[in-house]
Design a protein around this ligand. Structure first.
Ligand SMILES: O=C(O)CCC(=O)C(=O)O
Ligand SMILES: [Fe+2]
Length: 468
């Protein structure tokens, strides 16, 4: 998978593949054992420049996706809750070959978006062009715990608390198409001046293996949506979906997933996300963190090596299987896109077909309102997959995203799509190697009905399906 995203500098992760018993730090609004922590403890709350350009030299060098926005520097206390259950992992091994992904990284300062924020929906506009502006931030804490009761030798660093930063990171290769070996990570204050690119986005020093709870307790979810809002959403849902060919090989199915489908997907992600191989804070080899939380299904994508594997090296966990229902949606969406692309290429007399694919990988990203993902290419799947142009299929759920795409890793030249909850975007064929990323998340744009039916945190859930 390649998620474009945000990284942030931060705490060093353990060396790859080490066995890392991890106490679970779950960020919830209401839970057990509240602990008040002073954010100033978080060394990483500052914007640490990564600038690991040119390092590495491994052919699998990752390039962070663009991430703008780093965390803020506020010193106010953060309340965190410790989930007492611990997860033990078995060290396995073996990574499959993956080619590196191209990501641009960048980051910008962004205010926190409280973890307990409310979702409010808004009408989504269709496709549009725009330049992004960073708006908000999220408050997150995490840590590595040396949990009692975890396997022996486990140490807890409950002092490692983090704020989620907007630094979007990604595995990013050098911008130069000819230099495969460079890795470029950086954090900048302003995305305009940022070296961009990177895939999930987040803060530093969080424990990379700490499960992250993307859900809120109902009790704190807040205001009920108005009847007006709900009926507006119902009307929109009743209209069904519309498909359009954005460019050869790229198809957007707007409003494709019904609210019921979205609820099912969210709930499944909730369940999987808290178990083995669930959501965690991904980071790159140079400690930069993606600006998002991630969970892999089917196979693990490792941001440190930009390879797929059967286990997650950071904690030895095995990725959950892709739920069959998810794959059914993907299959349908691919067929739908194929026929749209076929009729389009008849009109244009071009050859912009989309091959069929059966996903064996799903990368699930959760973006808070400050999440982002730098411009990157998804190119860590097998050579065969890329060569044939097997499509990447992306589901958007929750808050809308400003999605960028283009032929170069250059934001100023990129086109923008607004991906709303329920939209499915597919890029394969001639667009398989398109640069893409998430510039920003639009706060409070998730459908009210979704927040009513699930306890998804404010933010955006994105699932990208691929065939290795
Ligand atoms: O969140 C998105 O829409 C894009 C994610 C992505 O590009 C990726 O996961 O590789
Ligand atoms: Fe991607």
């Amino acid at each position: 998978m390649n998620h474009g995203e945000a990284w942030s500098s931060g705490g060093r992760r353990g060396s790859r593949g080490r066995s890392q018993p991890s106490g679970q730090w779950v960020i919830r609004q209401k839970s057990e054992t509240p602990v008040t922590v002073d954010k100033s403890l978080d060394e990483s709350s500052g914007n640490r420049g990564r600038g690991s350009r040119g390092r590495g030299g491994s052919r699998t060098s990752c390039s962070p996706r663009n991430s703008y926005g780093r965390g803020n520097d506020e010193q106010s206390p953060v309340q965190v809750y410790v989930n007492k259950s611990n997860v033990g992992f078995v060290e396995k091994g073996v990574q499959q070959n993956r080619k590196s992904q191209d990501y641009l990284i960048g980051s910008t300062k962004q205010p926190d978006d409280g973890a307990a924020g409310l979702n409010s929906s808004g009408d989504n506009k269709a496709v549009l062009q725009s330049k992004s502006t960073n708006v908000s931030g999220g408050l997150f804490v995490s840590g590595e715990c040396e949990a009692k009761g975890v396997k022996e030798g486990a140490k807890m660093h409950c002092d490692v608390l983090n704020r989620m930063k907007d630094v979007t990171l990604s595995c990013q290769e050098s911008v130069s198409p000819t230099s495969d070996k460079k890795v470029e990570l950086s954090i900048v204050e302003d995305h305009k001046s940022a070296p961009k690119a990177d895939r999930a986005g987040n803060s530093s020093k969080e424990s990379s293996s700490s499960p992250f709870d993307i859900f809120l307790q109902k009790a704190v979810m807040g205001l009920k949506p108005s009847i007006l809002e709900l009926s507006r959403e119902k009307r929109k849902a009743a209209k069904g979906y519309t498909g359009s060919v954005i460019r050869p090989g790229m198809v957007l199915l707007k409003n494709y997933l019904s609210i019921n489908d979205q609820v099912m997907i969210v709930n499944k992600c909730l369940q999987l996300g808290l178990g083995e191989g669930g959501f965690y804070q991904p980071g790159y080899r140079d400690e930069a963190k993606l600006h998002l939380k991630m969970m892999c299904l089917g196979k693990n994508w490792d941001p440190e090596t930009c390879r797929y594997g059967e286990i997650r090296p950071i904690d030895g966990s095995t990725p959950p299987k892709i739920p069959a229902e998810f794959n059914q949606f993907v299959e349908k969406a691919v067929k739908e896109s194929q026929s749209l692309a076929a009729s389009n290429s008849k009109e244009t007399k071009g050859v912009d077909g989309i091959p069929f694919m059966l996903p064996d990988i799903c990368i699930v990203n959760f973006y808070t309102s400050t999440g982002r993902l730098g411009l990157h290419q998804d190119k860590d799947e097998s050579e065969n997959s890329i060569r044939k142009g097997l499509p990447v299929v992306s589901f958007s759920i929750g808050d809308s995203a400003e999605f960028l795409y283009g032929d170069q890793r250059d934001e100023d030249k990129a086109e923008t799509l607004i991906l709303e909850s329920g939209d499915v975007l597919l890029f394969g064929g001639k667009s398989r190697s398109v640069f893409h990323g998430v510039r920003s998340i639009r706060k409070d744009t998730a459908p009210k009905a979704l927040s009513q039916e699930t306890s998804l945190r404010p933010g955006r859930l994105n699932l990208t399906f691929r065939q290795y």
